[in-house]
Design a protein around this ligand. Structure first.
Ligand code: ZN
Length: 187
């Protein structure tokens, strides 16, 4: 990542909005933002070959569900955060993965300029590819600050996206089982 370019860019933005990038409060802002962006967009530069590692010797063939996983990502259209929760379910075809690996995979794809729809499908696709389950379903529920702070200004409105693969797509009862598990929590 070229942090010098980020710093130059932030300085230009400050000038563009009519600020003085040399005043005390702003002098170190380009550097701070560059450091922050390196962290927020770190997912662009990390390998994803084995994000999801099967747990040796463990098998299971019933639904596994991880819900209410908090995440932060950055909307690629406005470079403002979208913030929410992800729910991930899969039905193993034998092998299972560590739950923390699923959280890491979510963070991996969230740490880049994103749109919620793509974040949802990338997560479902990598689970299908690396865990090889019978099926999986990912639901993401998020608030986009670009909708809350500007434009239509609807604070609190949420966007829901889902990606459905394998048996979750072909069997309605499987989808219903996941949704029942999800809703159960919120009662
Ligand atoms: Zn946006």
């Amino acid at each position: 990542m070229d942090t010098r370019k980020i710093e130059d860019g932030v300085r230009l933005i400050l000038e563009g909005i009519g600020e003085d990038p040399e005043r005390a409060g702003l002098r170190d802002t380009p550097k701070r933002v560059a450091k922050m962006y390196a962290e927020l967009f770190s997912g662009l530069h990390l390998p994803e070959n084995d994000l999801l590692k099967p747990i040796e010797g463990e098998t299971h063939d019933e639904m596994v569900m991880l819900k209410d996983i908090p995440f932060y990502s950055i909307c690629e259209h406005h470079l403002l955060p979208f913030i929410g929760k992800a729910h991930i379910a899969y039905i193993p075809a034998g092998q299972i993965v560590g739950l923390s690996d699923l959280v890491k995979a979510l963070e991996h794809f969230a740490n880049r300029p994103q749109v919620q729809e793509r974040l949802t499908t990338q997560l479902a696709d990598i689970i299908m590819k690396q865990v090889r389950p019978k099926g999986c379903m990912v639901i993401i529920d998020a608030e986009h600050l670009c909708m809350s702070m500007r434009g239509i200004k609807k604070p609190g409105s949420r966007t829901l996206t889902s990606a459905v693969r394998g048996t979750f797509r072909s069997r309605q009862t499987t989808r219903e089982e996941m949704l029942a598990l999800l809703n159960n929590h919120h009662q």
